[in-house]
Design a protein around this ligand. Structure first.
Ligand code: ZN
Length: 130
């Protein structure tokens, strides 16, 4: 799956967010081209789930253990995606346990789908691991 296709899926999935203000979509892609989408699912009473972890949990629960990259798009509801949306600290730590050093995080934003590429170590140097 090419990145533009994953961007389109992330944008579409973003619209499913269960949130009041900020809508995030993610598309997690495996080496064999499968993808798992996710959106943020917010909740008044307990910890909300970010789009990135939603995608990972879906994939992991289906038995996937190899991941190539994830695309993340986010912005305020009913507005264009103008700024980059990078994974939060919780998601960075979560993802770091399930990916290798080749894994990429792509933040997509702007009218022309500007894409920025990050490695997990860019986003989370010196991560915790057992
Ligand atoms: Zn997060």
């Amino acid at each position: 799956m090419d990145i533009q296709n994953a961007i389109n899926i992330a944008k579409k999935t973003r619209l499913n967010a269960c949130a009041d203000k900020y809508f995030v979509g993610a598309c997690l892609v495996t080496p064999d081209g499968k993808h798992y989408s996710g959106c943020n699912i917010e909740n008044d009473g307990i910890q909300s789930i970010c789009a990135e972890r939603t995608a990972f949990v879906k994939a992991l629960s289906e038995g996937e253990r190899n991941f190539s990259y994830i695309v993340v798009v986010g912005g305020f509801k009913d507005t264009p995606i103008l700024e980059r949306c990078l994974p939060c600290g919780y998601c960075r730590q979560f993802m770091s346990q399930y990916v290798d050093t080749n894994f990429k995080v792509y933040a997509c934003f702007g009218e022309n789908d500007t894409v920025e590429e990050y490695s997990i170590s860019d986003l989370l140097p010196h991560s915790f691991s057992l």
